[in-house]
Design a protein around this ligand. Sequence first.
Ligand SMILES: [Zn+2]
Length: 255
Amino acid sequence: MEIHEVSPGVIAFIRPEGGANVGLIRTTEGSVVIDTTSRESDIRAFLAAVGVSPSEVCLVCITHSHNDHTKGIPLFDCPVLAHKLTHQRIAKRKSTISGRQLLPTQVFENRRDIEISDMRLEFIHAGGHTPGSSVIWLPEVKVLFAGDLIFEGRYPFLATANVPDLMKVLKWLLTLGAQVIVPGHGLLCGEDMVAGQLDYIETSWGRTADHIAQGHSIEEIIDDHEYPVYPGLGAERLHTWNIKVMHRQLKKMSS
Ligand SMILES: [Zn+2]
């Protein structure tokens, strides 16, 4: 795990070894945590590494419902905020850890603007990766916590995505003017990573649509080696999976 202070008081815990990244914003009223990893012990250790105890955290923001971002929730007694669709997804799983629920305690719909001491956070619903996926945007310092809307250096995980929505969201992210992007997985990045991921998805989506128009089977489509190569090449097994996801969504849209 690497600790990067991407702007004064704004910390990104980056995990080249794997696992979801975490954010921490220090304010005079306490710290804000963004996502909680897949284990309480991990998030506890990350906070300890920067001298913050769980009781000093005044707000937890959850970018989306996947387990690797939510399982540390029981560590915290403060408000835990997420989009209402994220809350619904987590509630459906009915999972508990040591008898404690993993649920967010507060929800929002389109966006929630948060002012804590001198820090302004905009928690904005986006969708795309999951129905409730949301980003945390710090407009004053132009830092974006993108959650799993961005996977740096590897193929994106699209199994739960709505691909047309995701393409729209990535275009919107490019309009924010972010100087630093903390992706859900992988290293800190900039807008070029957003553009690269968008290009991979758009090109793959168009190519899959062409195959369908020509009556090709899914086996023939997967056999096509002319699909774009995603920068970084990590998690290459996801590429075939992503083509199957796009194929399924395109077929559904045309039926
Ligand atoms: Zn995810």
